[in-house]
Design a protein around this ligand. Structure first.
Ligand code: NIG
Ligand code: FE
Length: 426
């Protein structure tokens, strides 16, 4: 008999990607789907996934085991949000309203708004205040089904401030059920005090910020934003090569508003991911496919920016790039922290099918964060991170868009949403 201390029963439909990651092409939509299913876990890891009838024959629940009744709902792996800027202070609703009036995101950035307005507000916040904000946001995304999240710094833009942000993330993540992967985005843009001497700021990143971050383990990845309002291609190359030499993984904000050749740079650097990609060239995508660099689509952001260019979901699938869906949660281009929204927009706006979107938001996303061995699918031996959605099958998650359907969240084999005692079956 398999011993378990946690189980979910009464599952109407269980759907999960399975096997080696990443998934590309047709494999992106190959899910394991079971009706009338159950899942069991011991000490935080999955020990059984399958039909309820076999569960009853094969699994022995320990005394005081927790049993959650999914009440016919749909169970998926916990969402993995592989791209957020979740550590920031202040919102930018006035810029949003100006955009509704016709101003563009790039125009607002060019007059000192945009990222730089959040930099001002974030610099004024203490590390403790930021940690409290991050903790609240981790609670909020957990309730929306996210059990793993990547968090970028990038609103500090000096050595002390970038370290402050990453320390706030570390402090907030300690003991929190959401698994957090920190990324240093000191190369988000050039801060105003360095506008006339850009290279000096890049020197700072390469000589101070990244070495400190790598040494203290405050981030696992480094990222850079290639854009005419941020870094040039060669500037990003310099930063990311230095990061790689320090043993950090690299990712890139690539070709969001124009084809800057950033997708190809990501591939050349062996980046874990290139993100956004609305304007990436077919050659850039091909090179990413060959290098195994994931393509992170942020369809809620392009929708929110009212971009005419859609996220290239079909192009990525066709090119054989491992597709990932994430939120891009930040106060400027996506003030929405909900992974269900990444699925709605990924399908309705980015051209993905429902099963492709599920893999892109779970197993492929875990792969993009270097966590596919432990995270992102419901398979024996992996972390028991799962979500019960109050819908009869997975299609309803996108079909009935606009409302998150999360009924319960399990992280590390513990029921974390709703908090408190689970309804006991016996
Ligand atoms: O991913 N593209 C650059 N960075 C963020 C936006 C950050 C902001 O507007 O504050 C993004 O969209
Ligand atoms: Fe971003």
């Amino acid at each position: 008999m398999i011993e378990a201390d946690f189980a979910v029963v009464g599952i109407g439909e269980l759907a999960t990607p399975f096997g080696p990651a990443p998934k590309t092409g047709q494999a992106l939509s190959q899910l394991r789907v079971e009706q009338d299913a159950a899942v069991a876990a011991r000490a935080g890891a999955i020990v059984y996934v399958g039909r309820r009838t076999d569960f009853e024959r094969q699994v022995r629940l320990r005394p005081h085991a927790t049993v959650l009744d999914a009440q016919g709902g749909t169970v998926l792996p916990g969402f993995v949000d592989a791209h957020t800027h979740l550590v920031f202070a202040g919102w930018r609703e006035a810029e949003f309203d100006a955009r509704l009036g016709g101003a563009t995101y790039r125009e607002i950035a060019a007059r000192g708004g945009g990222i730089l307005s959040t930099v001002r507000a974030t610099r004024e916040a203490s590390r403790e205040a930021l940690a409290a904000l991050v903790r609240e946001r981790l609670d909020a995304i957990l309730a929306l089904g996210t059990t793993t999240v990547e968090i970028k710094s990038g609103y500090g833009l000096s050595t002390a401030e970038e370290i402050k942000l990453l320390e706030a993330v570390r402090e907030a993540a300690r003991g929190h059920p959401v698994q957090v992967v920190p990324t240093c985005l000191a190369a988000h843009t050039i801060p105003p005090e360095y506008r006339e001497r850009r290279t000096r700021y890049l020197d700072r990143i390469v000589e101070e910020i990244l070495p400190q971050v790598a040494q203290t383990g405050l981030a696992r990845y480094a990222d850079a934003f290639v854009d005419d309002q941020a870094l040039g291609l060669q500037e990003a190359r310099r930063v990311l090569e230095a990061a790689r030499d320090l043993g950090l993984g690299v990712r890139l904000h690539a070709d969001q508003f124009a084809d800057e050749g950033a997708a190809a740079l990501a591939a050349e650097l062996g980046a874990a991911s290139a993100d956004h990609l609305e304007f990436a060239s077919p050659e850039g995508l091909e090179r990413m496919a060959r290098a195994g660099t994931c393509g992170v689509l942020l369809p809620a952001a392009s929708f929110f920016l009212m971009m005419e260019r859609r996220p290239p979901g079909r192009e990525l699938v066709r090119a054989g790039v491992p597709v990932v869906l994430a939120t891009d949660f930040n106060p400027g281009s996506c003030p929405c922290e909900a992974m269900p929204a990444a699925l709605w927009f990924g399908c309705l706006w980015g051209g993905l099918r429902v099963d492709e979107a599920i893999t892109a938001a779970t197993l492929n996303a875990a792969y993009a964060l270097g966590l596919a061995e432990t995270t992102g699918s419901l398979e024996v031996g992996k972390r028991a991170d799962l979500v019960v959605h109050a819908v009869p099958n997975r299609y309803h998650l996108v079909y009935r868009f606009g409302v998150p359907r999360v009924r319960a969240v399990v992280a590390g084999g513990r029921l974390v949403v709703p908090a408190g005692d689970p309804p006991q079956l016996r």
